[in-house]
Design a binder for this molecule. Structure first.
Ligand SMILES: Nc1nc2c(ncn2[C@@H]2O[C@H](COP(=O)(O)OP(=O)(O)OP(=O)(O)O)[C@@H](O)[C@H]2O)c(=O)[nH]1
Length: 218
């Protein structure tokens, strides 16, 4: 399903992790931060909450774009939350909150849900879904919790942990796509692109694995 015009992906997220994940996969997104106030959405279900927020972020950025005849423009919004112990947890409020969370999470499991909303600005179509990955937390010590919180890393991320940073040492395993934990599932993005009649190959702009330059598949 290749396309005859260049495809531009606009990532509606300030997340450096999401951008790096796309870049490593050969996709160089433009970034337009949505500025959506996440506190405006409340939901009982983690999957509904993260999908609604992803939708709001994508729409807020879409509304700032004009379709162009020279390219196919897509907007991707994402939002990640941790479902743990019957609660929906985003980023911790502060260091004390991150500490309390880890004292509860250690030795137990949670599910990191990431909502994805893809809008095809050119054809006004959209595709959206939630990816979920179960995360098992190691039974870490109070000293490890204190040291981890002191780095500040847990304060900036949904669930107060990372899989690809310092927090990776404090997980014993996952079931599902690791990208979902970072904040963007590439296998799910591939499926959403297929729903709008595109292939992920159409978005490759950087050097392919193995080093050879990819001509833009246009
Ligand atoms: N590097 C990394 N980042 C993570 C991980 N888990 C969650 N995050 C980040 O935590 C943040 C989750 O908050 P969100 O509200 O989804 O996104 P945000 O950072 O506020 O950015 P916006 O999309 O602009 O709202 C995202 O930036 C995720 O990339 C992880 O395991 N590794």
């Amino acid at each position: 399903m290749s396309t005859s015009v260049p495809v531009r992906l606009v990532l509606a997220s300030q997340s450096p992790a999401r951008r790096k994940l796309l870049q490593a996969a050969g996709i160089e997104p433009d970034v337009l931060v949505s500025g959506v106030d996440e506190s405006q959405v409340v939901s009982e279900r983690a999957e509904d909450l993260c999908l609604e927020l992803a939708r709001l972020k994508a729409q807020a950025v879409r509304d700032r774009l004009r379709p162009s005849r020279d390219e196919r423009t897509l907007v991707l919004g994402c939002d990640s939350v941790l479902a743990f112990d019957g609660e929906i947890l985003g980023k911790p409020d502060d260091a004390a909150d991150a500490t309390r969370r880890w004292q509860r999470m250690r030795g137990r499991s949670g599910v990191l849900h990431t909502g994805h909303s893809l809008i095809d600005v050119t054809y006004e179509s959209r595709a959206e879904a939630v990816a979920s990955t179960t995360v098992h937390f190691a039974d870490i010590s109070d000293e490890e919790i204190a040291a981890y919180v002191a780095t500040g890393e847990p304060l900036a991320v949904a669930g107060a942990f990372t899989i690809d940073g310092l927090g990776g040492a404090f997980l014993t395993g996952i079931e599902g796509d690791p990208g979902t934990v970072v904040g963007l599932s590439l296998p799910l993005l591939r499926r959403l692109l297929a729903e709008v009649e595109l292939s992920i190959v159409d978005l490759w702009t950087k050097v392919a694995p193995g080093g050879q330059e990819i001509e833009h598949l246009g």
